[in-house]
Design a protein around this ligand. Sequence first.
Ligand code: FES
Length: 146
Amino acid sequence: MVELYLNGRHYKVDVEEDTPLLWVIREHIGLTGTKFGCGKGICGACTVLVEENPTRSCITPVGSVKGKRIITIEGIPSYHPVKRAWIELDVPQCGYCQPGQIVEAYALLNKNPRASKEEIISVMSSHLCRCGTYGRILKAIQRAQK
Ligand code: FES
């Protein structure tokens, strides 16, 4: 049994401690906004926040985040400037990678609200988008800064 604190709620899940956090979030808790992409910590689709830090949930054993504050895409309010900018600029194409992108952008602006264009590109370059929405992602983050 593992106890988690996720999006402001407590959960008890009956899994082994080495189960990937992503599986627990999607299959046991039922929040499917966080996506499975590569499963190897490379693409960023599975990104969630653990104690404010972007974390690849596909390679994170659930036992390592017991009692830590976890936020998924569902835990970021729809009125937050990052989500609003994403909608206003119609950022997603297929949409699959976008939850991870938004979580990363949210964390970036929380830590560094005045991040420069170069800093934004540097941080966001760890996320892959097969549709190539990178330009709109940059514009959305810059809009959210205003
Ligand atoms: Fe976790 Fe790609 S699915 S980084």
